[in-house]
Design a binder for this molecule. Structure first.
Ligand code: UDP
Length: 484
């Protein structure tokens, strides 16, 4: 039904953070490619991050546009242009950007009243969208940027408090399709936060995730039984947007995909699968002590590396790197250090990348899986402690450095530093040619095959996208029959 009948007018509202914005903009592109009319609602600086991509989509004949709303900078006391969590480096600024998600409500409601869409798809953070959609009688779906597996973990942990009485881990998680453990106690604060967000899915027609059905095997049923809500697996979105053009994904930042990024040129000089890519996503700011330990661990592993660090632009390297590290790295041609944004999906796809030392952000995890890159996991905050388990214990496509403590914020320095020896050991385990890494690398390649199959015509994610569009048409038809 969906793709041939009259196009639907669909509004999508991404939250102001790269890990939310990138996959929802990709989803908007995918839905528009199914002949629907999509409008992304966002603020000026956030729009700049993907405006070139939108122009390309328009040039390809897709109906996709951006509606700009004001960012409440003055109300929040934020400098002009600071509209994305990527620009924050402390809890206060981040808190204000989260608050902005509530402050934009009035403008968005006014716009929607004047120009009502057929369907509203909002990021899970916009908890007010439930009442807005109800008042305007518009069907709503929720985009959840974290994994369905995480919600299952949180629920299983809450149902078995007896597993967490001991003062030290590992803690067994009961009641899930796999026997799982957590090295540290989860923060009750994170469970409460997640619960309130999951409640925000109430009254929605279902939740859309940036994942593919095979990755959540066993957990989707668990989630649907638990919440009574439907899950739409439309991902990995970074892979799905590549398919029609048969070219690499366009990064949502500047011109990194147009001019070849220096990291990719450097990788061209390296042997296949020989380089460890290191990145902690767009938000994590590790303490100087932790960065030094990391540098020592990487150097001791003797593997080559491409290390991306955010938040250290302009700061003297002697503050956060061991003495002589940069000089040795250059002399021995062992590594490359980049301060600033890189085209991550392209880097992970480069044949020279052999492993990924990651904070386990959900997008990073799915991108690594899409490229068949096995991971060394070192979660930074929030849901990342659960994502690590999906990688290391469910699918066994990574080696755990593990966490020393559960943090709710990407900025606060942790009391317990993860020591260099642990990092060195995990990197060697994955990257050494004679170690246990072989099986892990093999499974990562098999998982990549599953991801690629899912996004091809007839694959699970492509089918899910078609079914999603059909479903949206059916709820809109039902609504108009009810109103008449
Ligand atoms: N990203 C990127 N370049 C960078 C840092 C991050 O392209 O230098 C992208 C990354 O590919 C991912 C997103 O930003 O799509 C970050 O989301 P994730 O869930 O991995 O982590 P978060 O930043 O939310 O902690």
């Amino acid at each position: 039904m969906g793709t041939e009948s009259k196009p639907l007018k669909i509004y999508m509202l991404p939250f102001f953070a790269q890990g939310h914005l990138i996959p929802l903009v990709n989803l908007a592109r995918l839905v528009a490619s199914k002949n629907q009319h999509v409008t992304i609602i966002t603020t000026p600086s956030n729009a700049q991050l993907f405006d070139k991509t939108i122009e390309e989509e328009k040039a390809a004949g897709h109906h996709i546009r951006v509606h700009i709303i004001k960012f409440p900078s003055a109300q929040l006391g934020l400098p002009t242009g600071v509209e994305n969590l990527f620009a924050a480096s402390d809890n206060q600024t981040a808190g204000k950007i989260h608050m902005a998600a509530h402050f934009v409500k009035a403008d968005i409601e006014e716009f929607m009243k004047e120009n009502p869409p057929d369907v509203f798809i909002s990021d899970i953070i916009f908890t007010w969208s439930e009442s807005t959609a109800k008042n305007l009688q518009i069907p709503r779906l929720v985009f959840n940027p974290i994994s369905i597996f995480d919600v299952c973990m949180i629920q299983a942990i809450q149902s078995h408090p007896e597993s967490f009485v001991s003062d030290s881990g590992p803690y067994q998680i009961h009641g899930l399709p796999h026997p799982l453990t957590l090295p540290i106690k989860p923060s009750p604060g994170f469970a409460r936060l997640t619960e309130s967000l999951i409640e925000a899915e109430n009254d929605s027609h279902g939740v859309i995730v940036n994942s593919f059905a095979e990755l959540d095997e066993g957990y989707t049923e668990y989630y649907e039984n638990l919440t009574g809500r439907k899950v739409w697996h439309v991902g990995p979105t970074s892979l799905m947007v590549e398919i029609p053009k048969k070219k690499k994904v366009v990064s949502t930042e500047n011109d990194s995909s147009i001019t070849k990024h220096q990291s990719l040129t450097w990788l061209d000089t390296k042997e296949p699968s020989s380089v460890l890519y290191i990145s902690f996503g767009s938000l994590c700011r590790l303490s100087n002590e932790q960065l030094k330990e990391m540098a020592n661990g990487i150097e001791a592993s003797k593997h080559q590396f491409l290390w991306v660090v955010h938040g250290k632009e302009g700061e003297d390297e002697d503050n956060w790197l061991p003495k002589g590290f940069v000089e040795r790295m250059k002399e021995e041609k062992k590594g490359m250090l980049i301060k600033g944004w890189v085209p991550q999906a392209l880097i992970l796809d480069h044949p020279s990348i052999g492993g990924f030392l990651t904070h386990c952000g959900w997008n990073a995890t799915v991108e690594a899986i899409s490229s068949g890159v096995p991971m060394v996991t070192m979660p930074g905050f929030g849901d990342q402690y659960y994502n690590e388990k999906l990688v290391t214990e469910v699918h066994r496509i990574g080696v755990e450095v593990g966490a020393a403590e559960w943090s709710m914020s990407p900025y606060d320095a942790k009391k317990t530093v993860v020591r260099a020896e642990r990092i060195e050991k995990a990197v060697k385990k994955l990257m050494d040619s004679n170690g246990e890494g072989g099986e892990i690398r093999k499974r990562a390649k098999e998982m990549k095959e599953k991801a690629w199959k899912a996004v091809q015509e007839g694959g699970s994610s492509q089918n899910c996208l078609t079914k999603l569009v059909d479903y949206l048409h059916s709820v809109v038809v039902t609504k108009s029959v009810e109103l008449n």
